[in-house]
Design a protein around this ligand. Structure first.
Ligand SMILES: Nc1ncnc2c1ncn2[C@@H]1O[C@H](COP(=O)(O)OP(=O)(O)O)[C@@H](O)[C@H]1O
Ligand SMILES: [Mg+2]
Length: 435
């Protein structure tokens, strides 16, 4: 019903806080778009600018292709539900839902009809005579949605509407909300910090960090090919394993990724090996989700990493083993800057041609110290071997429930090469650019 476009939209508050930093985003007609990110990343500010409750500092907000920067909220055909929605305690459910229609001067006949319609769609048709205090949390949330939807908005904005509910109810309501908004065909922008909520509800997800849009795509796209290290770390449970790897090109054979004392090998005919080969002699980040790792027998051949189980987590339907493979973990802190803290100039990227010239042939040995502290990029996500102790990189591996082994037990895991993710020290995806 309504399309939304944000063009270079920024919000700088009076105290200098850059809440939203030049965001570009298009939301299609009838689409369910989820804005995802940690607390404080600017999600609510984006929503409030779309609603007209907060003027952008710069940039343009367009609804149905029209610039609305100066349009008052009530003229935008938008409905909004917040986390801390308030119902009128002295009014019945019916009157709460009917209230915006009364304000708009809709006659009683059509008004009651619309209230009944929306209440039945939300499954609260049988509690219309009750007061809010006589409702469960989930029912109250449905009433708040009913009050928003009864005006038949073209655009429905929801800001963490389920955060105050318990987890069972959240799961139930998220399915209902995404079902209902699709049925109504209303364009929806839904804000959450919960990645599971985003992946299950969205047509597309827009992931924000510190006011900056990191990635936009379908759940499959952002989960399967995250654009940045941050998105990779934020999406999925258990979290993606992120390890530092030193890259060594063995021309025409493979690109070796050294993870501590072990290595995995990307065959030269794998299209990604050419992109990774640019980092010869340097370190990159290798990401492996649990689904890329399969426990194998101790004598298994192929791309196998070995280590000892540091600890186990039992989740009922599965157990997770955290295996110390002697590699270094990359830690992505949710809120702050990347973990690098060293001053120094940016490192020049060596050209692949130069690298190849320096190689003496098959099985060439490493040619460079992969980390020279004085030349480190201050924004690097990689550790500084000159200054810090190694952060042991544990691989989270899925096992059958209660596998009957304990911490200290050796474990070998085979690595699915096609499920690996590669990022450079700035945290950007290294890949051939298709999606
Ligand atoms: N009125 C305001 N004045 C100053 N800073 C604000 C104001 N509102 C929000 N902020 C700041 O802007 C940033 C983004 O806030 P917000 O959009 O509420 O984030 P989110 O909804 O993702 O948690 C935060 O650092 C927050 O403290
Ligand atoms: Mg918020």
């Amino acid at each position: 019903m309504t399309t939304v476009a944000l063009k270079d939209v920024a919000k700088v508050f009076q105290d200098g806080t850059v809440a939203v930093n030049n965001i570009n985003l298009d939301v299609n007609d009838g689409e369910f778009m989820v804005l995802l990110g940690p607390s404080g990343c600017g999600k609510s500010t984006v929503l409030r600018m779309i609603a007209g409750l907060e003027p952008p500092t710069s940039g343009a907000v367009l609804l149905d292709g029209e610039l609305v920067n100066d349009l008052a909220p009530q003229d935008r055909k938008i409905a909004m539900v917040f986390q801390d929605f308030a119902l009128y305690p002295h009014m019945t459910v019916h009157d709460n839902i009917a209230f915006p229609l009364r304000l708009a001067g809709v006659e009683q006949g059509p008004r009651d009809e619309r209230v009944a319609d929306v209440a039945s769609a939300l499954g609260i048709g049988d509690v219309l005579g009750r007061k809010p205090s006589q409702l469960s949390g989930g029912q109250r949330q449905r009433v708040a949605m009913g009050r928003a939807l009864v005006r038949r908005p073209g655009l429905f904005l929801m800001d963490e509407p389920l955060s105050n509910l318990d987890s069972g109810l959240r799961a139930e309501l998220r399915a209902e909300i995404s079902g209902l908004t699709r049925e109504l065909g209303v364009t929806t922008i839904y804000v959450t910090h919960d990645q599971a909520e985003a992946l299950t509800m969205a047509d597309r997800v827009a992931i924000m960090r510190k006011g900056v849009l990191q990635d936009v795509g379908t759940p499959t796209q952002v989960y399967g090919r995250p654009a940045t290290l941050y998105v990779a770390a934020f999406l999925g449970s258990p979290r993606m394993n992120l390890l530092e790897a030193s890259v060594y090109v063995h021309l025409d054979r493979y690109v070796a990724l050294h993870l501590g004392d072990q290595a995995i090998h990307l065959p030269w005919n794998d299209i990604r090996s050419r992109a990774v080969a640019h980092y010869h002699g340097e370190r990159i980040v290798v990401g492996m989700r649990a689904e890329a790792l399969t426990p194998v027998g101790p004598d298994a051949k192929g791309e196998v990493l070995r280590g000892r189980i540091r600890y186990l987590e039992h989740h009922g339907h599965e157990s997770l083993a955290f295996v110390d493979v002697g590699a270094t973990a990359v830690v992505v802190d949710e809120m702050g800057s990347s973990t690098g803290d060293e001053a120094g100039g940016p490192r020049g990227r060596r050209k692949l041609g130069q690298v190849i010239q320096r190689l003496t042939g098959r099985g060439a040995e490493p040619v460079a110290d992969p980390a020279e502290p004085s030349r480190r990029n201050p924004n690097s996500v990689l550790s500084d071997p000159g200054r810090h102790h190694r952060r042991p990189g544990e691989l989270g591996v899925r096992l059958a429930p209660y596998p009957g082994i304990s911490a200290g037990h050796p474990l070998a895991v085979s690595v699915r090469l096609d499920a690996l993710h590669f990022f450079n020290e700035r945290g950007d995806r290294i890949d051939v650019g298709w999606r």
